[in-house]
Design a protein around this ligand. Structure first.
Ligand code: FES
Length: 245
């Protein structure tokens, strides 16, 4: 099995800057949007966390990555979220309901992949969209819940839970990571991209948005909505622009 350093493509005596640079490069290459896979993306994340935590010599916990690809083991995204955050929420087992309620702190985000709507004849404006999604036996990457306790932005929270949502710049400069907030509130500290009309419709950028309410319902992957498509940025183009700075 490759060591965390090998997974990041660096020597085991690499300094902190080299580790961070290698991680940023590898995590982009491994992202499914860039030709990677969920499993590879999680392996890179786990390798980086091991090195950062000083546990680079420990075996990688790739089980999380395997489970992210196993829709029978993690129906509706509940298990990966629960496992990754060690938090409450998303457990299917009713026996654990009381225990989960006691642990319930932080944020719970119910998410739905916009790409599934057309397949089922649903519309973004449907009042019962999430009820229909809950009954549709969707893949955990498409529908489920994230639970997390820190003030993470929504994109980072999804990634931490094993779900590589779309992105390009990670800095509020494109619409690749756009989401539609259906219920609850998020805080987006700056906005130079979305029009006021888009914001009024509930559109936000997941890479810079943090929850303001304990519970949220969001549609992610709405980057193909009218008006957003022209605000999208090819990730490679962004990388090139940034590397030329
Ligand atoms: S990824 Fe570009 S604004 Fe979020």
């Amino acid at each position: 099995m490759d060591s965390p350093f090998e997974i990041l493509g660096i020597e085991s005596d690499a300094d902190d800057d080299e580790v961070v640079r290698a991680y940023r490069k590898r995590v982009k290459e491994a992202h499914p949007d860039q030709g990677g896979s969920t499993r590879e993306f999680l392996l890179v994340q786990t390798a980086y966390e091991k090195i950062q935590d000083g546990h680079a010599d420990e075996p990688l916990e790739i089980e999380r990555a395997d489970r992210a690809n196993d829709d029978t083991a993690s129906r509706n995204g509940h298990d990966p979220a629960h496992e990754a955050t060690n938090g409450a929420g998303g457990a299917d087992d009713a026996d654990h309901e009381d225990e989960d309620d006691e642990q319930e702190e932080g944020y719970r985000v119910e998410y739905l992949n916009y790409e599934t709507l057309a397949d089922h004849g649903w519309d973004l404006g449907d009042d019962d969209l999430f009820e229909k999604a809950a009954d549709a036996n969707l893949d955990p990457e498409d529908y489920g819940q994230l639970s997390f306790t820190s003030d993470k932005n929504l994109l980072a929270a999804a990634e931490k839970c094993g779900y590589p949502w779309p992105y390009a710049c990670r800095g509020g400069a494109c619409a690749n990571c756009a989401i539609a907030v259906v219920e609850g509130e998020v805080e987006m500290p700056s906005n130079h991209i979305l029009s006021q009309e888009m914001v009024d419709r509930g559109l936000r950028l997941s890479c810079i948005s943090v929850p303001k309410t304990d519970e949220l319902k969001i549609i992610y992957n709405v980057k193909s909505l009218p008006g957003l498509e022209e605000l999208r940025l090819p990730a490679q183009q962004f990388d090139k622009a940034r590397s030329n700075d």
